[in-house]
Design a protein around this ligand. Structure first.
Ligand SMILES: NC(=O)C1=CN([C@@H]2O[C@H](COP(=O)(O)OP(=O)(O)OC[C@H]3O[C@@H](n4cnc5c(N)ncnc54)[C@H](O)[C@@H]3O)[C@@H](O)[C@H]2O)C=CC1
Ligand SMILES: O=C(O)[C@@H](O)CS(=O)(=O)O
Ligand SMILES: [Zn+2]
Length: 437
């Protein structure tokens, strides 16, 4: 395979993992030991927040009262889009029962978990959309108790639009907490007395590491860290739009990769020239973030063939993947690793980020090799059940006893022996070679 880097990055999504892990380990150990007191200290030290953690209805009403109707309408529209898509996902998971040979009836139940914690980041930007991505999806899954957290915004209270998004989507409890201390509080049941079964939501490297570290004690959605974007483009793509879409996601933060995979050298060169100019035209915070992101993580890769592009793209497994090329169905059929796929120039990542419907909480750092993004599935348990007649025990019991004894599991075998003897007294069975003391 011949690939050429027109721009190669010094850093990869893995680069900052170690530093974040050390910080998170220390914080989690402290929060486990000292509980709410430790959380309050981190909230004060990291986010300058010393106010109430759990918001009362009166506080929520007060904080959201003056939001203009047009803004409320936009948030409500977006919540509906995300909720409706999630409901359709819920409907696609079916319960069933089946009669298996041997007299076994078995089935699948699909149940929501009881308590969910949803995080919406708010360090650099007020992530209104992340607030409804988590909560509306949990609601569609049928979760009865949804706890939501977002950090105080730039030294003040929680951003009112984030708060409105949480409430509109259906959060039951809302806490003003950010970062590791928020994830830990939801996982341990601090301030609410109810530990979450599953904690979801995107965030910076500290948030993502905290979720990874707590996985096992709680379920999580996926490693949804610093945003990534890749664009696949051929010579039919518009370099202006391609460059704009790469910059559009590079503004997320210093550690947000933007990658271009293309078969067109001409397009690659135009995009390379245009990106720094577009970044230069951004306002302060966005410009600073995108400049660092493009400098340290930005890449442009030129391939000879579109088959090579597929191989490269699957290896990067980008969180967001756009295809701006001819023959979109060809790409849809062949690409296998991405958090969410945006086909055609009309379907830019920002639309999915904010309101088109499919969830924007998506896998980063190559996690798209083994997982999709947040969906109702992450809140659902697929449970199995089985039921057998006495007649079924004749065959199932003998096979179970024989396999158990082949494995050396005598006590397992005897649970089958006991039933065979009880249901079919006087009969003899081939139950394998029993092992005695
Ligand atoms: N993968 C996905 O689906 C999505 C990812 N994102 C990503 O979420 C991230 C949002 O990041 P932020 O704006 O920073 O908001 P954030 O809410 O994730 O992080 C802010 C919190 O980080 C903590 N923090 C900051 N510095 C710290 C330190 N040195 N040690 C310990 N904790 C510290 C603070 O407690 C603060 O509350 C971006 O990287 C963005 O790309 C956003 C949306 C979706
Ligand atoms: O990583 C992501 O999904 C983000 O792009 C979502 S948002 O732009 O922060 O809404
Ligand atoms: Zn985005």
């Amino acid at each position: 395979m011949t690939i050429e880097y027109l721009k190669k990055a010094d850093k990869t999504p893995e680069t900052e993992t170690g530093t974040a892990r050390a910080v998170v380990d220390e914080m989690l150990t402290d929060i486990r030991a000292r509980g709410e007191a430790a959380v309050r200290e981190y909230a004060s030290k990291l986010d300058k927040w010393t106010g109430e953690i759990v918001m009362s209805d009166a506080q929520i009403n007060q904080a959201t009262r003056d939001i203009p109707v047009s803004i409320k309408k936009d948030i409500e529209f977006a919540v509906r889009q995300v909720y409706d898509f999630a409901v359709r996902q819920r409907e696609s998971i079916e319960e069933f029962s089946v009669a298996l040979p041997g007299g076994v009836t078995a089935g699948q139940r699909v149940l929501p978990v009881n308590v969910v914690g949803c995080y919406a980041p708010a360090g650099r930007y007020a992530h209104i959309a992340s607030a409804y991505m988590g909560v509306a999806t949990a609601k569609a899954a049928g979760v009865k108790n949804i706890i939501a957290c977002s950090s105080p915004f730039r030294g003040g209270a929680m951003h009112p639009y984030v708060l409105y998004a949480f409430r509109t989507a259906g959060a039951d409890t809302i806490m003003t907490l950010g970062g590791v201390q928020a994830i830990a509080s939801m996982a341990f049941g601090l301030f609410t007395g109810t530990a979450a079964d599953v904690v979801v939501g995107p965030g910076n490297k500290f948030v993502a590491e905290a979720k990874r570290s707590l996985f096992g004690q709680v379920g999580i959605d996926v490693f949804a860290g610093p945003s990534e974007v890749a664009v696949i483009a051929d010579e039919t793509a518009d370099p202006e739009i391609v460059a704009s879409d790469l910059v559009g996601q590079a503004e997320h933060g210093h550690e947000s990769p933007a990658w271009l995979f293309t078969t067109s050298r001409v397009l690659a060169q135009k995009v390379a020239e245009r990106i720094p100019q577009l970044i230069e035209q951004l306002p302060g915070i966005a410009r600073e973030a995108a400049t660092a992101a493009w400098r340290d993580y930005g890449e442009i890769i030129i391939c000879d063939t579109r088959e090579e592009v597929v191989e490269v793209s699957d290896r990067y497994a980008s969180e967001h993947l756009e295809v701006q090329a001819r023959d979109l169905d060809w790409w849809l059929e062949r690409l296998t690793c991405y958090g969410s796929l945006f086909l055609g120039e009309e379907s830019t990542v920002a639309f999915g980020d904010k309101c088109s419907g499919p969830n924007h909480v998506l896998p980063t750092k190559g996690a798209a090799r083994y997982s999709g993004g947040l969906s109702v599935h992450k809140f659902m348990k697929t449970l199995t059940w089985q039921r057998m007649s006495k007649d079924a025990v004749r065959q199932i019991g003998q096979v179970t006893a024989r396999i158990s004894r082949l494995e050396g599991m005598e006590a397992h075998a005897r649970t089958a022996d006991d039933r065979l003897a009880k249901y079919f007294p006087g009969e003899t069975f081939d139950a394998g070679e029993a092992v005695t003391v």
